[in-house]
Design a protein around this ligand. Structure first.
Ligand SMILES: NC(=O)C1=CN([C@@H]2O[C@H](COP(=O)(O)OP(=O)(O)OC[C@H]3O[C@@H](n4cnc5c(N)ncnc54)[C@H](OP(=O)(O)O)[C@@H]3O)[C@@H](O)[C@H]2O)C=CC1
Ligand SMILES: O=C(O)C1=N[C@H](C(=O)O)C[C@H](O)C1
Length: 266
């Protein structure tokens, strides 16, 4: 069977390097291109801590697609860049597996249109760790019985967006399932702005940023005389790779926009 050819965008970043390593180690995938705004000309394998692979980093995504014709682009860049990157991929009829967070609802609607216009597919996954998908699923289920909930997400201090994509997706899933509820005391007042965290449909999301952390989330439910805590920890970035690889393998078997890895895998 022919290998799936892959372009990694953001290949010099924390996630990008891990994805390059995972693609190089997968016998059914072939890394054909690597793009980043830094590291031009460097070997993607070496950057990922592997032997040289002969694929050097370039900075121009569109031009690289035209010369290498990948089947799938994996994007782990940054919130401000991802929308434009996805447009370039879909207009080149390259399926996109997107881990970068920060896409708005309006941008997701536009991406859906691009997939339809170009007869291709795009997965936008706020979290590729299978344990995180389960944490979100369990939180959604628990909110039927425990509608009072707060989300605490904890990440490394180089993260650009807050709250995390995972926290937003978790809140969206809970909102779909629980009865509508405005939590907290109606007269509560913040003595310091932001003390109660971000407000989403009556619940609160809190973001912690510290060196030493990778990616963690607690969903805390409170009820009369009891609390329930659902927690997931990614203790390294390898934790995301089985999900990324599964998405790369499957993305061309579907069409349109898929939001959430669970909708591709489960
Ligand atoms: N869905 C998931 O499971 C996960 C998602 N993420 C998300 O992935 C994204 C990347 O995270 P992380 O790897 O930690 O971030 P990094 O900053 O380590 O990596 C991003 C890389 O992309 C480069 N870059 C930025 N803009 C562009 C552009 N326009 N074109 C090409 N390259 C660009 C950056 O360059 P420079 O350094 O010059 O800025 C950097 O090398 C974030 O949005 C994060 O939230 C992270 C982990 C898991
Ligand atoms: O920036 C990160 O690191 C992560 N970003 C994603 C998010 O915003 O949810 C996924 C994971 O939490 C790691």
């Amino acid at each position: 069977m022919a290998k799936i050819t892959v372009l990694v965008n953001g290949a010099n970043g924390r996630m990008g390097r891990e994805v390059v390593k995972a693609v190089l180690n997968d016998p059914d995938l072939s890394l054909v291109a690597a793009v980043d705004r830094s590291g031009e000309g460097m070997d993607a394998g070496i950057l990922a801590g592997m032997p040289a692979c002969g694929v050097t980093l370039s900075t121009d995504l569109a031009q690289t697609m035209e010369t290498t014709h990948p089947m799938v682009m994996v994007d782990f860049t940054q919130p401000q860049a991802v929308f434009g990157n996805v447009q370039i991929a879909l207009e080149h009829k390259v399926a996109a597996v997107v881990g970068t967070t920060g896409l708005s609802e309006e941008q997701l609607a536009q991406i859906r249109l691009w997939t339809e216009q170009n007869a291709t597919s795009c997965l936008v996954a706020p979290n590729f760790a299978i344990g995180a998908l389960l944490m979100m699923r369990f939180a959604r289920e628990a909110s039927r019985f425990f509608p009072h909930v707060e989300i605490i997400e904890l990440h490394h201090d180089q993260k650009l967006d807050a709250p995390s994509g995972t926290a937003i997706k978790t809140a969206e899933l809970i909102q779909e399932e629980r009865q509508a509820l405005q939590q907290g005391h109606p007269q509560e007042k913040e003595l310091i702005n932001g003390a109660r965290g971000a407000a989403f449909e009556g619940m609160r999301i809190h973001s912690v940023r510290l060196p030493g952390l990778v990616a963690h989330q607690e969903v805390i439910f409170g009820s009369v005389g009891q609390t329930l805590v659902i927690r997931h920890d990614s203790i390294n970035r390898e934790s995301f790779m089985p999900g990324v690889l599964a998405a790369v393998h499957r993305i061309r078997e579907v069409s349109g926009l898929i939001y959430g890895l669970e909708n591709l895998l489960f």
